[in-house]
Design a protein around this ligand. Structure first.
Ligand code: UGA
Length: 443
């Protein structure tokens, strides 16, 4: 059955969710306070890069099932189900998450709700937020007790956002312990297609649903920092972290995924989520429980410094050296440069006196806004031309497929740091390159 849905926020999460809901057959209005974003989306254009999403947005703008507006009252009028997918970035100067955008949606939408409605929060929030918002909604919504809140965290990955939205590996719903029924029924209608396919559906309380989300990201961050900590030991002992990860990854209890040692994690989620989690634990008086996340963060940041030190060693002093940095996005198939290890390394090399030439297939423009003093070029070979050192900082397929001989013909010195351990090392060595991986001392 088709539902009338609104989605507040049209970033990676909101835009994908809105298009995904239209694909499931619902009628959707996406709401954003940014008129420029709304205008572009209404033309079927995306303000960011996400494979497959422009096609899906266009398909449903054309089908008439998806439209966008800056006017929250349009959403209140039209929809009975509202999703909140706005950002919760790190607060300026502290670890805690800034939930003001979520609160703003509730404060705007709440007073407009004069008939029964269900709101699902999808944004990542500190535990305790949902209950507070549910109480507030009852206070400010004219429909009062007929307005329900559910917390429905999102687990999509950038680069795979469409796939993860349409075929999630689980649906988690947090409900108010005192009034659980209605929200679950509405969620079952909205997600009927996925539930018919036996997607695991876990209904729990607000606090658990909020914690599920941050715990999942904290676990992933911990797994990456675990292997990066082992990489440090490999570097000191002459071992190879890739072989090690392959070997331990065969143990099903461990698994090979997210054991990719390299420059570590970045992006708009993992770094800020572990920090917000620590801040919230501290407020709850259990800061010791999450003390290890400080170390997870520390290991992660050390990888970036390590790459810069390695670069300095390889070129014999960065001052005046020309370095090609391949990659600026925090991961491939994305133009997102938030807390990007690649861009962090590129910027630090520049500050240490190197001439830095950056190429990213999608993120050059975003990177140039943050680091305008670096040189950006449109092609990896152009970036490498005349370089004393090449660093692969984001594992785009274009870089993994580079031909060592072709690149060698244009560089000044054939030295390469594989910051993501993504290159066929032996091929590069055979072609005459001095190759350094991360946690791969032997090469
Ligand atoms: C992450 C989670 O994976 C999603 O489940 C979650 O929904 C999302 O955050 C969110 O909270 O919105 P995402 O930030 O898109 O998704 O990126 P990931 O694929 O998790 O990668 C994060 C970082 O870890 C990247 O910088 C990546 O290069 C790095 N990484 C990943 C490694 O360094 N090694 C690995 O083995 C895997």
């Amino acid at each position: 059955m088709s539902e009338r849905i609104s989605v507040f926020g049209t970033g990676y999460l909101g835009a994908t969710h809105a298009a995904g809901m239209a694909e499931l057959g619902h009628e959707v209005v996406g709401v954003d306070i940014d008129p420029e974003k709304v205008a572009r989306l209404s033309r079927g254009e995306l303000p960011f890069y996400e494979p497959g999403l422009p096609e899906l947005v266009r398909k449903h703008v054309d089908s008439g099932r998806l439209r966008f507006t800056t006017d929250a009252s349009v959403a209140a009028e039209f929809a009975d189900v509202h999703f909140v997918g706005v950002g919760t970035p790190q607060k300026q100067g502290e670890y805690a998450a800034d939930v003001s955008q979520v609160e703003a949606v509730i404060e705007t939408l709440g007073p407009m709700l004069d008939r029964p409605a269900t709101i699902f929060g999808k944004s990542t929030v500190p535990v305790g937020t949902a209950q507070r918002l549910a109480d507030r909604l009852r206070e400010i919504a004219p429909a009062g007790e007929d307005v329900y809140l559910g917390w429905n965290p999102e687990f999509l990955r950038e680069g795979f956002a469409v796939e993860d939205t349409l075929r999630p590996d689980r649906i988690v719903l947090g409900v108010d312990r005192d009034r659980p029924g209605t929200v679950e029924e509405v969620a079952r209608r909205v997600y009927a297609d996925m539930l018919d396919r036996d997607t695991p559906f876990l209904v729990t309380d607000f606090a658990t649903s909020e914690l599920v989300k941050v715990s999942a990201n904290a676990f992933l961050a911990t797994k990456i920092s675990f292997i990066n900590a082992i990489a440090e030991v490999c570097e000191a002992s002459g071992a190879d972290v890739r072989d090690l990860a392959d070997a331990i990854g065969h143990d099903e209890r461990i698994g090979r995924k997210f054991l990719g040692a390299g420059l570590g994690f970045g992006g708009g989620c993992l770094p800020k989520d572990i920090r917000a989690f620590m801040a919230r634990a501290s407020e709850l008086g259990v800061d010791q429980a999450l003390m290890f996340l400080r170390e997870v963060d520390g290991v992660n940041m050390r990888r970036r410094e390590h790459a810069v030190t390695l670069a300095d060693d390889l070129v014999g002093g960065l001052s005046g050296a020309t370095v090609a940095v391949l990659g600026a996005a925090f991961k491939p198939n994305s133009d997102d440069i938030r807390d990007s290890p690649a861009l962090d390394v590129a910027g630090t090399l520049h500050l240490r006196g190197a001439q830095v030439r950056v190429h990213d297939p999608e993120a050059n423009a975003n990177a140039a806004r943050v680091w305008p003093t670096l040189t950006y070029v449109d092609d990896p070979i152009e970036a490498c031309t005349g370089a004393d050192l090449v660093i692969v900082a984001t594992e785009w397929k274009q870089f993994r497929d580079l031909d060592p001989a072709t690149v060698k013909a244009v560089v000044n010195e054939a030295r390469i740091i594989d910051g993501r351990n993504c290159l066929p090392a032996q091929e590069w060595i055979n072609a005459g390159w001095q190759y350094r991986g991360m946690g791969r001392h032997s090469q």
